[in-house]
Write a protein that binds this ligand. Structure first.
Ligand SMILES: *[C@@H]1O[C@H](CO)[C@@H](O)[C@H](O)[C@H]1NC(C)=O
Ligand SMILES: *[C@@H]1O[C@H](CO)[C@@H](O)[C@H](O)[C@H]1NC(C)=O
Ligand SMILES: *[C@@H]1O[C@H](CO)[C@@H](O)[C@H](O)[C@H]1NC(C)=O
Ligand SMILES: *[C@@H]1O[C@H](CO)[C@@H](O)[C@H](O)[C@H]1NC(C)=O
Ligand SMILES: *[C@@H]1O[C@H](CO)[C@@H](O)[C@H](O)[C@H]1NC(C)=O
Ligand SMILES: *[C@@H]1O[C@H](CO)[C@@H](O)[C@H](O)[C@H]1NC(C)=O
Ligand SMILES: *[C@@H]1O[C@H](CO)[C@@H](O)[C@H](O)[C@H]1NC(C)=O
Ligand SMILES: *[C@@H]1O[C@H](CO)[C@@H](O)[C@H](O)[C@H]1NC(C)=O
Ligand SMILES: *[C@@H]1O[C@H](CO)[C@@H](O)[C@H](O)[C@H]1NC(C)=O
Length: 307
């Protein structure tokens, strides 16, 4: 554990210089503007020009021209025999296991490592996914200076042992985001290969290529939130408007009903009043008719008068 730890600390230094740039390109889900193959060719040729007579087994840092500032490149030449027997470790980012056979056969290999940093989305993209780690490239060329094998052509490799381990030293996503991390490998023929992460920032691959970690692109959250806000705002206006309009109508209806009720009551009272006021009128249909009460002052006979 102690050994692993100290090793990691030393090796972290290799890529750490690019880590502040990560945030930038995770926000910019880019279209790839340029052909990544032309970059690979450029980097490989440039590395060979810069290091004319490389010592086998020595890792060289190549600084690219300033118009490529932000891309990290390293380069190592190895004997095929030792590569087959022992593999190689490049910083803590790459563990290349033994038993890898490059095709066609060459005596020496040139291995080129790239860290595209903030250029990752300039050259690569995965539809509906976002990079959370920079693109790291591992490409293997012939290291034989005098050989029939085209020097600028990538070799094919076949793995007969363990897979290549790629450790992404910094991924720009929080644990709490619960996103499903996926390893991706871009093959030189343009295909994208997905695989599960081994641990949070460790991927295994069975071929060379360009590697990264992606998460599913959530439907652009900012846009959705804005739309929701707008919708909510409109919705509230509608609700408020309906409420105001509705209550207005209710008030009107209420007034009408109240007036009707009052009118009825008044009429009823009128009727009542009229009924009780005098026996002189009676309702016939709609008309008030004078009526004679059946009770009259009874005629009193004078005879009856008994003093
Ligand atoms: C390569 O560059 C890294 C920084 O990017 C540095 O830490 C390392 O020492 C360099 N290695 C060599 C061999 O120059
Ligand atoms: C950078 O400059 C080199 C020449 O130094 C040129 O070949 C290459 O196309 C340029 N690349 C970009 C991306 O500007
Ligand atoms: C690479 O690292 C692994 C584990 O860290 C180790 O077992 C292996 O021997 C190393 N290979 C070389 C060539 O240093
Ligand atoms: C990456 O960052 C460097 C500065 O560190 C800048 O010069 C370069 O233009 C950036 N590249 C891209 C593609 O944004
Ligand atoms: C990306 O997502 C959109 C919408 O969900 C879908 O229509 C499209 O086919 C997807 N693209 C790919 C390459 O999967
Ligand atoms: C390079 O190869 C050619 C033939 O393919 C041969 O004649 C020549 O001697 C070789 N040079 C070296 C330095 O091996
Ligand atoms: C992630 O999962 C944990 C537990 O499953 C939960 O508490 C947390 O809210 C989740 N975070 C997000 C951003 O969904
Ligand atoms: C690309 O290469 C991979 C193997 O590296 C292969 O599985 C795939 O079918 C190839 N795709 C195309 C389009 O040639
Ligand atoms: C990848 O992980 C998912 C669940 O996280 C699992 O269902 C799937 O089988 C895994 N694929 C492989 C190839 O292990």
């Amino acid at each position: 554990m102690m050994l692993m730890g100290s090793k990691n600390i030393i090796c972290v230094m290799f890529y750490v210089s690019l880590s502040p740039l990560f945030i930038r390109w995770t926000l910019a889900v880019g279209n790839s503007h340029d052909d990544p193959h032309s970059l690979d060719d450029f980097v490989h040729n440039y590395a060979q020009k810069r290091v004319k007579l490389p010592h086998t087994g020595t890792l060289y840092n190549i600084s690219l021209p300033s118009n490529y500032s932000g891309i990290g490149v390293s380069f190592v030449r190895l004997r095929s025999a030792s590569f087959w027997a022992r593999g190689t470790n490049i910083s803590s980012s790459f563990h290349i296991p033994p038993r890898i056979i490059p095709m066609p056969f060459v005596k020496r290999l040139d291995i080129v490592f790239q860290n595209l940093g903030n250029w990752s989305t300039f050259y690569y993209n995965v539809p509906n996914y976002t990079f959370v780690a920079p693109i790291i490239g591992l490409t293997i060329y012939s290291g034989d200076t005098n050989s029939s094998v085209n020097h600028s052509q990538m070799l094919n490799v076949s793995l007969h042992g363990n897979p290549i381990l790629v450790n992404f030293l910094s991924i720009s996503i929080k644990d709490s985001d619960n996103a499903t991390l996926q390893c991706v490998r871009f093959d030189k023929n343009g295909t994208v290969e997905f695989s599960n992460v081994t641990t949070r920032n460790l991927c295994t691959f069975r071929d060379q290529g360009h590697f990264s970690i992606v998460v599913p692109l959530l439907q652009p959250p900012i846009v959705i939130r804005k739309r929701e806000e707008k919708w909510n705002w409109k919705w509230w206006v509608v609700v408020f408007g309906t409420a105001v309009g509705g209550s207005g109508v209710l008030v009107l209806v209420g007034i009408l009903v109240w007036k009707l009720v009052r009118m009825k009551r008044i009429k009823g009272m009128e009727k009542q009043a009229e009924k009780s006021e005098a026996l002189g009128t009676v309702w016939v249909g709609r008309s008030r008719m004078p009526s004679a009460s059946g009770i009259r002052t009874q005629p009193v006979l004078e005879d009856d008068y008994i003093p």
